[in-house]
Design a protein around this ligand. Structure first.
Ligand SMILES: [Zn+2]
Length: 186
């Protein structure tokens, strides 16, 4: 095997059949390996790309789009990163995560809505009080707070956390000025 062009797909294509006979693996692992082995090969068929006027065409094998496939995951990760970067605030800020004590999880499950609101208010008051203290900043910061939702996980386990983005500084009632938190580097 040419090590300069060795890929995980090539290793699996060469060794998977023999490996599978001696190592029983869970279904989801076998499905992932089969997707990776078949990715961008004739096993998945292909498609043609071309300009509308017919000057240029090229043939591509289809991709497996499996989230564990190194070839496909790279593109998915890049797309995800671009999307997340577009959501970042265009100024200095802190990302903070607040959650409730483990002992309250039982109560939480039966009172999700009121406790979500309570957690939100607690986050707001904590940040406002902390930043208003002259020892830290002496100003009122801008805050964006939201709960984290992640696909089906939300239905299985309602989020017990609040994410908050607080600006690096705030309004201290002096026109044209932004107060900065005290500490190293400020
Ligand atoms: Zn793939």
């Amino acid at each position: 095997m040419d090590t300069a062009t060795t890929t995980i797909q090539k290793v699996m294509q060469l060794g998977w059949e023999a490996y599978e006979k001696v190592r029983p693996l869970p279904t989801h692992v076998r499905e992932a390996v089969k997707a990776i082995i078949a990715c961008r090969t004739k096993a998945l068929g292909g498609h043609v790309q071309g300009c509308p006027d017919g000057h240029f065409t090229r043939h591509w094998y289809n991709s497996c789009k499996h989230r564990l496939c190194p070839q496909c995951a790279y593109i998915l990760v890049e797309r995800w990163l671009r999307k997340q970067k577009a959501r970042l605030l265009g100024c200095d800020h802190y990302h903070m995560i607040f959650t409730i004590p483990h002992q309250l999880h039982g109560i939480w499950l039966h009172n999700v809505k009121p406790m979500t609101n309570l957690l939100f208010l607690t986050v707001r008051d904590t940040l406002f009080n902390f930043m208003a203290d002259e020892k830290h900043c002496g100003a009122q910061p801008g805050i964006i707070s939201h709960r984290w939702r992640s696909g089906a996980g939300w239905f299985l386990a309602p989020a017990k956390t609040r994410h908050a983005a607080a600006l690096h500084g705030g309004d201290d009632q002096i026109p044209g000025q932004i107060a900065r938190p005290s500490g190293p580097g400020n």
